[in-house]
Design a protein around this ligand. Structure first.
Ligand SMILES: C[S@@+](CC[C@H](N)C(=O)[O-])C[C@H]1O[C@@H](n2cnc3c(N)ncnc32)[C@H](O)[C@@H]1O
Length: 392
């Protein structure tokens, strides 16, 4: 069987789940940088949905099984260098070298059938129990689709984060931008979240998205870029730098466990660039903890006497100032539980969607709380010249 026959058979197979055509088009100039094919059910009938991506836009077309010959022929003629197919029983890789040599890799997939649904957010964005190349490259799963025991907490965190993201896509107007969504992942570290968000939006939900992961640590940035290359991901970039110092104007700002004041820098970046959405799970809190003293807020002495409660109070006050600042800046802001404490003790998620009417009450609350505690939250320094206008 030729590689083309293998691909055509896999797409026509009732157990077909997904195919990604990416990498260099060895067949000559091609308008698309990536094409994703997946089964969808439309008006009760099975179709194959072809999503064609270039750097700026995407085009989606749906075909019945009997209409596949032409789009499939065109796609195969492009001879993308990296093709990955998933069926109910197999993971198939078709790689074409510069010299045109084709290598086919096949391995068994674990897991049962996925129900078809059009644009439906599944209960778990990235399910386990079946092989998943993304999660394998990330080092979260093994080749049989089993989550590695040491990566269980990270796997759960990623899925929960994606669920939170999916819940606010419409509120933030991100499905209808008419162009790819620009996302900045602040303090991306080993880029688990960055890679997962890129895959989830582009390949699972079919929302074109470009992501820039930024981190001060050049070593993790280098490793992340290597992973993105291995995945053949388009519109996924990494940069070494401090949050807030890059020239970026993202639609969405993400910050998962960005250390101490790095979370404030991410919030300030969102406000300055008028991002439509911010999702931030703060990490360690030190800045306000150092300023919080019973001598400045005598009534809190019984609480601040105990180190553990002192730290927790400082955490809560810091996040209170952050949530208030976002409200003052015109964001509809919620604070919700990110994930169960058994997966991470840092489990508070600040979710802010731009477009709430201004209310001077929030600035009054901010200044009163600040006076009462005798502290200056770091968010003010992070916002710099922008803070007075926000806090009016
Ligand atoms: C705890 S890790 C979280 C990584 C990733 N977001 C995750 O949840 O897997 C925090 C990351 O933030 C980075 N970081 C801390 N302060 C930063 C700053 N001011 N600008 C950019 N990155 C920063 C660190 O280098 C580290 O990689």
């Amino acid at each position: 069987m030729t590689p083309d026959d293998l691909i055509a058979d896999a797409l026509r197979n009732p157990g077909f789940r997904r195919a990604t055509f990416a990498g260099v088009p060895r067949g000559g100039p091609c308008p698309w940088v990536r094409v994703v094919v997946r089964p969808v059910e439309l008006r009760g009938e099975r179709h194959l949905q072809f999503s064609y991506f270039d750097q700026r836009k995407d085009v989606t077309r749906n075909y019945r099984p009997g209409e596949l010959a032409e789009p499939l022929g065109e796609l195969l003629a492009a001879r993308f260098s990296g093709i990955h197919l998933t069926t109910a029983t197999e993971e198939i890789d078709v790689r074409t070298s510069k010299k045109g040599k084709v290598h086919v890799g096949r391995r068994q997939a674990a897991g049962g059938d996925t129900p078809l649904s059009h644009n439906r957010v599944k209960d778990v964005p990235l399910p386990e129990g079946r092989a998943d190349r993304l999660l394998e490259v990330m080092g979260v799963m093994d080749a049989a689709g089993r989550v590695k025991p040491t990566m269980r907490a990270k796997f759960t965190q990623i899925n929960e984060f994606l669920k939170h993201l999916s819940h606010v896509l419409d509120d933030a107007g991100l499905r209808s931008l008419g162009r790819p969504v620009d996302i900045l992942d602040c303090g991306c570290g080993s880029s688990y979240l960055t890679l997962a968000v890129h895959h989830y939006l582009n390949d699972v939900l079919g929302i074109p998205a470009r992501i820039l992961g930024v981190d001060v640590n050049d070593e993790v940035v280098r490793k992340s870029a290597t992973k993105a290359d291995r995945l053949g991901a388009v519109g996924l970039n990494f940069a070494v730098g401090k949050i807030g110092e890059l020239d970026a104007k993202p639609d969405v700002v993400l910050a998962l466990h960005a250390c101490d004041t790095a979370t404030d820098d991410a919030l300030a970046q969102a406000v300055r660039s008028e991002a439509k959405l911010l999702l931030s799970v703060p990490c360690c809190h030190q800045h306000l903890n150092r300023q919080l003293k019973a001598e400045r807020a005598e009534v809190l002495r019984p609480l601040l006497r105990h180190g553990l409660m002192h730290q927790r109070a400082a955490d809560l006050f810091t996040d209170t100032f952050r949530a208030l600042t976002l409200r003052m800046a015109g964001y509809k802001t919620d604070v919700v539980e990110f994930v169960g404490t058994e997966h991470t003790p840092r489990n508070l998620l600040i979710r802010a969607v731009r477009g709430a009417p201004p209310d001077p009450q929030f600035a009054r609350e901010y200044h009163e709380l600040k006076r009462f505690l005798g502290v200056t939250p770091y968010i003010e320094a992070a916002l710099g010249e922008r803070f007075p206008a926000v806090a009016e």
